[in-house]
Design a binder for this molecule. Structure first.
Ligand SMILES: [Zn+2]
Length: 219
């Protein structure tokens, strides 16, 4: 008769209980991809905390970031989606980079912190990181305008020079001078005063036969 040498429990197939032990975890490579795609910032738009920094040991770093699952790694977990295969479940597309606090927060109310909400967070956090890095690389020039620009009024009435000038207004009411480099398809923007916006837009008002310059932003 064989005596049980009590090997590792996870090797024993006990039917249903085996399923409980399976978690489709992210590997280290996937975690690194998720962190780097958002510049190591928490993807919660109300948080955006940095998750990485220096340790007192100069050879070490501190990481308070978590590669959280958008839909859970195992059955019964938050937002679990049974239609995904195990490899889809541990794919970077099912992950979101968060700080430790926010990773707990999203599992505290899965009705509110839904799959759609988290995917939106992830999308915006990646866009934000992209904009930051493009601004660095191109010394102020970016390929996309932030979503907070609600309208742009071109100051070029008849010609289209290589660098076009526009007056923009952001959702918070702030005015901006927005330059558009048509050859490289890139934008640059800087804050301006309301007075400056008004002065610059006088010729546009005349051209479009508009009395009040602020009406230009109505449409
Ligand atoms: Zn956070």
């Amino acid at each position: 008769m064989n005596t049980n040498k009590s090997g590792p429990q996870e090797n024993i197939d006990l039917g249903n209980s085996k399923v409980v032990n399976i978690r489709d975890k992210f590997d280290n490579k996937t975690k690194e991809i998720l962190a780097k795609r958002v510049g190591y910032l928490c993807s919660n738009p109300d948080c955006k905390n940095t998750t990485s920094g220096p340790h007192t040991d100069p050879k070490l770093t501190i990481n308070i970031g978590v590669a959280a699952h958008i839909t859970a790694a195992s059955p019964g977990g938050p937002r679990y989606d049974s239609s995904l295969t195990p490899s889809q479940r541990r794919d970077s597309s099912n992950g979101i980079w968060l700080c430790q606090n926010c990773s707990k927060l999203i599992d505290s109310d899965t009705n509110y912190y839904s799959k759609d909400l988290l995917q939106g967070w992830k999308h915006n956090a990646e866009n934000h990181a992209k904009q930051l890095i493009e601004r660095e690389l191109n010394q102020g020039w970016a390929t996309t305008l932030p979503e907070y620009f609600e309208s742009l009024i071109s100051l070029e009435l008849t010609t289209s020079p290589p660098i076009g000038r526009n007056i923009g207004q952001s959702s918070d009411g702030q005015f901006w001078l927005v330059l558009w480099d048509s050859r490289n398809a890139k934008y640059q923007w800087s804050k301006i005063t309301e007075k400056y916006a008004e002065q610059e837009l006088q010729s546009v008002c005349k051209y479009r036969n508009v009395t009040n310059w602020q009406d230009l932003f109505e449409k």
